[in-house]
Design a protein around this ligand. Sequence first.
Ligand code: FAD
Length: 337
Amino acid sequence: MLKVTSDITSIRNVAVIGSGLAGLSSAIILGQMGHNVRVFEKSRGPGGRMSSKRVSDGSADIGAQYFTVRNPNFLTFLHQYAGASTFDTWSARFGFQDSDNIWQPFPQENRYVGVPRMTAITRALSAGIDLVSEVRIERLVQAGEQWRLECTEGKSHGLFDQVVITAPPAQAQDILMGSGLAELAAKLVSPVEQILPCWAVAAHFAQPPTDRFDAMRPNSDTLYWVANNSSKPGRDGSGQWWVLHATPEWTKANVETAPDEVCAELLREFRSLTDHTGDPTETVAHRWLYARSADADNPGYLLDQKKRIGLAGDWLAGGRVEGAWESATKLAAAMQS
Ligand SMILES: Cc1cc2nc3c(=O)[nH]c(=O)nc-3n(C[C@H](O)[C@H](O)[C@H](O)COP(=O)(O)OP(=O)(O)OC[C@H]3O[C@@H](n4cnc5c(N)ncnc54)[C@H](O)[C@@H]3O)c2cc1C
């Protein structure tokens, strides 16, 4: 069992902004410490970038593709709070194209996915949490020793002793600037510059388009990643769903391109990669403005003890899913001390 000590002298009301893995982990850990925690999420449901898109016969993971676990406590946390049935190893064939365009296998490592979709994990984590969705927090207004949260519609959402912001850096910076917290916002200038966008396309094929690998990182200016979503455990449905991610460079150059054109372009590249000639039966596209962080400093978290505002998220701990959890655990421990 994950050990969380509960030696606080007073219960605090804590607001967490964002219900991705960092926000949900923060809420669970701070709740275990004895605080009253409420999570605010701008989208309809929790999950953030551990996202799955509904398609005609199920769903396709269009955000995080899989995650690795370096810290065994992360696995313990997932078992304890999400449950063993919500995730599994993805035993697929992973390959990348080296600089000579020769295909090589990925190194052996356990790669995990949500079952039957990536959002199964965050859904389960959010089950016992006080989560207010479809509320976009715009600013924090100081009210004595507390913070009042206001949404973009100008409504007040209560008073809190502490606030944890887990939005990606550009959105976190907006909140801080809107709250007159310029000094803290200034610490986000470099992380905001490091964040990379990504166009994602999911395409359904009646017949398998390739059997080279289940997941591939091609040596391509256009495609960063392609994967057979149907090869993940617990995915039902006929045919195969493939997920294609564009490179950051291609995405930057095509941020305003129409989704249909993005689908056509990424599929053209996919065809030349796989020699598949058939058309997909269904496609969906999603644009991530804030997908991943390029290499950056990894302070773990940011905390202004005096102002009682903390920041957590993947971008503070090496990017990626496990980093989001790690950042939340480190921030919660620092808030306790
Ligand atoms: C295309 C893509 C592929 C990826 N592939 C992988 C991979 O294979 N492996 C891996 O480990 N990682 C991968 N990642 C990264 C991984 O998804 C992230 O590291 C992780 O999910 C980040 O979690 P988080 O909680 O820090 O942030 P997020 O998941 O972004 O959560 C932040 C939440 O804050 C909410 N929010 C923002 N602003 C506000 C506001 N003002 N008010 C209220 N709510 C707000 C957002 O809606 C969101 O739900 C990928 C990401 C993308 C996009």
